[in-house]
Design a protein around this ligand. Structure first.
Ligand SMILES: Cc1cc2nc3c(=O)[nH]c(=O)nc-3n(C[C@H](O)[C@H](O)[C@H](O)COP(=O)(O)OP(=O)(O)OC[C@H]3O[C@@H](n4cnc5c(N)ncnc54)[C@H](O)[C@@H]3O)c2cc1C
Length: 389
């Protein structure tokens, strides 16, 4: 088998990269080690920055997003006795959209299977080889158990945090990893109940952070800060709703409850791996970096990476010019570090550690963001997404 760009991983990064390239006349093959149904059912991120919405619309995938997605004009920041709305259009002229990552992935897969580049599910033993040459290859086993070799001009490692590509970049030596593991986790639920709020609520509470998000007018997504050692079996639905009601409590407002359809505990870490390239192997998305979900940046960073990468690969493969691929890692990492800082800052401001000094600093920061237009604008600009370039 031969293609121009061999793409490892059919998450949002790999699928969008394949589509961006196809629209510029560049061939690709996407290799995914899970089944289509598994990939389409994975519950993950739900907030799209303005630039992600624009990108998906430009590649012809905006119809369902604009029909079923919910445009949000701000967020509420809450601390005891106060719930304050930050109005994004007023502060920075941009908005965000609530549209689940699962829906983005379903739209991308449907477009790919409808005459787009090949997308192979259920492959195994995927191994990038010869990445320091101009003819890299991907060795893999197809869904029927047959060994295969995919000859490429370039390989994109969009295989998430646990995929094989990052290790190949680091085998060359000289790479660096930065990591921070946070002493708390998020217990997340999906519930069949209309959201009790028009905008997301980010709530600071002495017992821990809580987030009220949503997926649609009839489905709510809610999170509780918990200790990473907590077991999901110890959290009955009633216990979860009670804790959520405590942390969101506000006079005159009530949390609506409903059947919980999914619940899980998500550890929180920041992780950045540099460089995002070795020879003809390029990393994008979670393969190179992880942010804690508090800033809603993971999916959006994946979109930003592949937007930069697609432009660079088109220049390389159509014009034979390597200037943009040579600058790709540095340009992508500059944005990654901005989002890493913002996600760390939101996480540090909102999650309680039990330390009373820290708590007073957090409340002081929250009061500042809720009373200073400059401080609020800084949050709004970062939350709604800085321009990709
Ligand atoms: C449980 C969870 C909850 C999250 N919640 C949020 C949130 O609320 N907000 C937010 O902003 N972000 C969230 N994120 C982060 C966000 O979902 C990711 O940043 C986003 O998925 C990154 O997209 P990606 O395409 O880079 O990676 P992925 O979505 O991980 O896609 C990588 C793909 O590569 C495939 N793959 C892996 N190994 C191989 C292999 N060996 N061969 C072939 N294919 C392979 C995987 O199966 C997967 O399909 C969450 C992440 C997780 C894990």
């Amino acid at each position: 088998m031969r293609t121009q760009v061999g793409i490892i991983g059919a998450g949002p990064a790999g699928l969008l990269l394949s589509r961006l390239l196809a629209l510029q006349g560049i061939d690709s093959v996407v290799l995914e080690n899970r089944s289509r149904s598994y990939v389409e059912a994975r519950i993950r991120a739900g907030i799209l920055e303005q630039h992600s919405v624009d990108t998906l619309t430009e590649v012809g995938l905006g119809h369902r997003l604009h029909r079923e997605g919910l445009e949000h004009h701000g967020i509420y920041l809450q601390y005891p006795g106060t719930r304050h709305k930050l109005d994004f259009p007023d502060l920075c002229g941009r908005t965000v959209w609530v549209y689940g990552q699962t829906e983005v992935v379903k739209d991308l897969i449907a477009a790919q299977l409808d005459g787009g580049p090949p997308l192979l599910f259920d492959v195994s033993d995927v191994t990038p080889e010869d990445v320091d040459t101009d003819s890299p290859r991907i060795r893999f086993t197809d869904a029927d158990g047959n060994p295969q070799l995919l000859e490429c001009d370039v390989i994109a490692g969009t295989d998430g945090f646990h995929g094989p590509s990052r290790a190949v970049v680091h085998e060359a030596g000289g790479g660096k990893v930065w990591e921070r593991t946070y002493p708390y986790a998020w217990l997340g639920i999906l519930a069949d109940v209309a959201p009790s709020t028009d905008e997301l609520i980010y709530a600071w509470h002495p017992e821990g952070f809580a987030l009220h998000s949503m997926r649609s007018p009839t489905v709510s997504r809610l999170y509780l800060q918990v200790d990473p050692s907590e077991k999901i079996e110890d959290w009955s639905d009633d216990r979860i709703w009670d804790d959520l009601a405590t942390r969101f409590a506000l006079d005159g407002w009530e949390l609506q409850t409903g059947p919980v359809t999914e619940k899980s505990i998500l550890p929180m870490r920041s992780f950045v791996s540099s460089p995002m390239r070795r020879g003809r192997l390029f990393l994008a998305g979670d393969a190179a970096h992880i942010v804690p979900p508090t800033g809603a940046k993971g999916l959006n960073l994946a979109v930003a990476d592949v937007t930069l990468l697609a432009t660079a690969l088109v220049r390389l493969l159509k014009e034979g010019r390597s200037d943009l691929v040579d600058g790709y890692s540095d340009r992508a990492l500059a944005r990654v570090w901005r989002c890493t800082h913002f996600s760390w800052w939101m996480t540090s401001m909102l999650h309680t550690s039990g330390d009373e000094f820290d708590a007073e600093l957090q409340l002081s920061q929250l009061r500042r963001v809720c009373s200073s237009e400059a401080a609020a604008r800084e949050l709004a600009e970062n939350y709604t997404g800085l321009p990709i370039d």
